[in-house]
Design a protein around this ligand. Structure first.
Ligand SMILES: [Cu+2]
Length: 396
């Protein structure tokens, strides 16, 4: 390794030293900018790599809360990752007797989570329409699409996040190629313009995309983190109108629903808040499992409303503020933030078996509504960490 490479890998030393000297001159109040050298400059060869030279790979997307098969550390130079998403207008029973017409990327709410590495390209084929060529069966209660849709990737650069270049009418498709210049978890959502933006987002037209650093995740000391499993928690706020008699209103299609729903949205108070599209999705429909000793990556997005994640019985061992991996993670958090149109990422290594709840610790959102998930953990109990040293007895 030559001098230049060493400086690129560890720029903090020189910078920290010079700022430290300035700090001394200014009366010692000026701390070194990069203590410990956590930050790394990108490799110019990777940054300057050309799209024409990139290997093309196809990624099969899967429905959340799961992620497609992926490498945590990039093997070789940046790739062009080909993905496909089909937009479906469909009706879903989000809670018993409560129906919402949704716009769903790949027939799921939230949409699927593509996984790439920083400096890779994403080549998306977006299709507005029918099940034709989509590779899956459209929900039985879906109708042919009526509206224009598109996608704004918060991870991309330019043209309203690609929104300006992906507007498609029912029956159309479009291909957008963009480079993932930032590392982290990033929201994507439909954004056709004006009032349609929040309408499409709060009916489910959102998801998140994972951009891993090429070297994988690192903890606050700079040591590599490798996760055994990753779960994606897409949190969704809904604004369901009621009939004059107090029952939930059911509409004929995605357009018919809009007027009354906009009135509820105008009050800013969601009627339903759920993980993975519907009530009970991750507490009863889908069983999330892990084992003692495993490290789990918890990825969370909320496209329209704040959230405050918490893992009952565990911690965010390392938490990335705003879900962006090139910032040094925070250690040992109890609860953390997800900003509207943003994400959070955390890892936790399980040390005890049993039931864990990962939820929005606005507990009204979690328990009166349903912004929560369960994780069932198998393994051996450790009495050093916790023991009921005296069982319940009558007070004398
Ligand atoms: Cu849309």
């Amino acid at each position: 390794m030559n001098w230049l490479q060493q400086e690129i890998r560890n720029p903090g030393r020189v910078l920290g030293l010079s700022l430290g000297v300035i700090g001394l001159i200014m009366g010692g109040t000026f701390a070194a900018a990069d203590e410990g050298g956590w930050k790394k400059l990108p490799d110019p060869e990777i940054v300057n790599f050309q799209r024409a030279d990139a290997e093309v790979v196809t990624q099969e997307l899967v429905a959340p809360p799961f992620l497609p098969a992926h490498e945590q550390v990039a093997d070789g130079p940046p790739k062009l990752v080909r993905i496909r998403m089909n937009i479906v207008e469909r009706e879903l029973e989000i809670a018993p007797g409560v129906f919402v017409w949704q716009m769903a990327f790949n027939n799921s709410v939230p949409g699927p989570m593509p996984v790439v590495h920083q400096y890779d390209w994403v080549e998306l084929t977006l299709q507005n329409g029918t099940s034709k060529g989509a590779g899956f069966t459209v929900n039985a209660s879906s109708s042919p699409n009526i509206m224009m849709h598109n996608v704004d990737f918060h991870a991309s650069t330019g043209a309203m996040g690609g929104g300006e270049l992906t507007k498609i009418l029912p029956g159309q498709k479009v291909v957008l190629t963009w480079r993932a210049m930032k590392a982290g978890v990033f929201v994507y959502h439909c954004a056709p313009g004006g009032i349609m933006v929040p309408y499409h987002v709060v009916t489910g037209g959102n998801g998140a995309l994972l951009v891993l650093p090429r070297d994988g995740l690192r903890d606050g000391y700079g040591n590599p983190i490798r996760y055994d499993r990753a779960f994606y928690f897409g949190e969704q706020d809904y604004y369901v109108p009621k009939n004059p008699d107090g029952t939930w209103k059911r509409s004929k299609n995605f357009v018919d629903q809009m007027g009354d729903m906009l009135k509820v949205m105008d009050g800013l108070i969601p009627t339903h808040v759920v993980f993975n599209g519907k009530t009970g999705a991750l507490t009863s429909d889908i069983r999330l499992e892990a084992k003692v000793g495993e490290t789990i990556l918890l990825l969370h997005s909320q496209a329209n409303y704040p959230s405050w994640p918490h893992l009952i019985g565990g911690h965010g061992d390392w938490v990335w503020p705003y879900g962006k991996f090139n910032n040094q993670p925070d250690e040992g958090l109890e609860s953390w933030d997800v900003v509207p149109g943003g994400t959070a990422a955390a890892v936790h290594t399980f040390h005890q078996p049993g039931l864990y709840a990962y939820l929005n610790h606005n507990l009204i959102m979690a328990f009166v509504k349903d912004a929560k998930a369960y994780i069932h953990v198998e393994g051996e109990w450790n009495n050093e960490l916790m023991e009921q040293t005296t069982p319940p007895t009558t007070i004398e």
